[in-house]
Design a protein around this ligand. Structure first.
Ligand code: PLP
Length: 385
């Protein structure tokens, strides 16, 4: 018989997880782990959160699939719910299933709306792995094997205000930026940088895309990371946490961009299916009903403080980076081994960029859990001075 195997593009943790509940997962040997990996942040509302699972199961038993062209209550409902958390300006949305698809749509919509081609992206950016989003993803290792990618993409230095006026011009369709870079190493954009981007994009009639697939939906202490900056984008991409663990993403934009699109300009089979819409509605109920952003801010401050104290106490000069519950410890060298070995002490975490050990816990992480992270990291680092 043929032996089918997975294509090997992920480094394995050597774990077999059999169940999850809120901030914890359990392996096949009965060991419990605090999950600060959360599938790159997607399980921010916890594993199998009953307030997410129940409405999804009810919807699964009612209606799973419908094309975009046929109306249904789940889709009407999610539009109402999104109006509670999106700025007035972002009045139109399009649902898909993954973050990369939301970015593809953002890029396509920008070109259509502006009739321009050039896109500005940034060093250390990560926007996805399909051909369009890969074209604006920085890491040469990810891009090189698949070149040529889409032309007229220019990379500029992240957080370099001086480059902004030079690189964004009246030929630029869009600037795409993560307010907090996730995969690139938990790099927080400075206020001056995003302000300069906003001013220059207004000046040149360029669209500003904020990719909040990883940093959005409460994780940084605000519903959207851009709210820390009092700056609004023209296009927002969101994914990961927005479905409470169910695969769903959206791109949101202003009426000018939306109105530039005509029937047939874009499409999706699974995007915006009734189950996905129900998942997003349920996730918004949790986000607002449980004060998720505030809790992420409080717990994030505590985790950040305890990480700093630990690092200082142990005599390392590692830097703590991030905002809310999107945190990283910068080792100044590759922390891949540590990211995987931390599981031996009951915590799952994940590498970011070339030198950062990243913690993306669910919002309900407790004070005891935070102490568990500190104890685990202390043990890990004590073995490797
Ligand atoms: N954009 C950002 C900022 C991301 O962090 C990611 C994934 O990590 C993506 C886009 C791509 O999302 P997906 O893996 O769901 O396609």
């Amino acid at each position: 018989m043929n032996h089918v195997m997975l294509i090997n593009v992920y480094r394995k943790y050597g774990l077999r997880i059999i169940k999850g509940y809120m901030q914890y997962v359990w392996d096949d040997k009965g060991n419990k782990y605090l999950d600060c990996h959360t599938n790159y942040g997607a399980a921010f509302l916890g594993h199998c959160n009953p307030r997410i699972v129940k409405p999804i199961v009810e919807q699964l038993n009612k209606l799973m699939m419908l094309p975009y062209s046929i109306d249904n209550d789940a889709r009407d409902g999610v539009l109402k719910d999104l109006s509670k958390i999106l700025p007035k300006k972002l009045s139109h949305v399009f649902f898909q299933s993954t973050g990369t698809e939301a970015v593809e749509a953002a890029l396509k919509f920008s070109r259509k709306a502006t009739k321009r081609r050039k896109i500005v992206a940034f060093e250390n950016a990560f926007h996805g792995r399909t051909m369009g989003s890969l074209s604006v993803t920085w890491k040469p290792k990810y891009r090189k094997p698949y070149q040529p990618l889409i032309p007229e993409v220019v990379f500029a230095k992240f957080n370099d205000v001086k480059e902004v006026d030079k690189v964004v011009d009246d030929k630029t369709a869009a600037v795409i930026v993560e307010p907090i870079q996730g995969e690139g190493g938990i790099n927080v954009a400075s206020k001056e940088f995003l302000k300069a981007l906003r001013e220059r994009t207004f000046e040149t009639n360029t669209l500003l895309i904020f990719d909040e697939v990883q940093c959005g939906f409460g994780r940084t202490g605000k519903v959207w990371a851009f709210q820390h900056y009092s700056i609004e984008p023209d296009i927002l991409t969101a994914g990961k946490a927005i479905g409470g663990g169910y695969p769903v993403s959206f791109v949101a934009t202003c009426s000018e961009v939306a109105e530039s699109l005509e029937i047939g300009d874009h499409g999706t089979t699974y995007g915006g299916n009734p189950v996905a819409c129900t998942a997003v509605s349920a996730a918004i109920n949790v986000l607002l009903g449980e004060n998720v952003p505030e809790r992420a801010a409080t717990k994030g401050n505590l985790l950040s403080k305890r990480l700093s104290e630990l690092i200082e106490d142990m005599g390392f000069n590692f830097k703590i980076k991030g905002l809310g519950l999107m945190l990283g410890v910068d080792f100044g060298r590759n922390p891949e081994e540590e990211a995987i070995r931390l599981k031996n002490y009951g915590v799952l975490a994940v590498r970011a960029g070339e030198s950062v050990l990243r913690f993306l816990p669910p919002y309900m992480i407790s004070r005891d859990d935070i102490e568990h992270v500190i104890t685990a990291l202390r043990k890990l680092l004590a073995g490797k001075v």
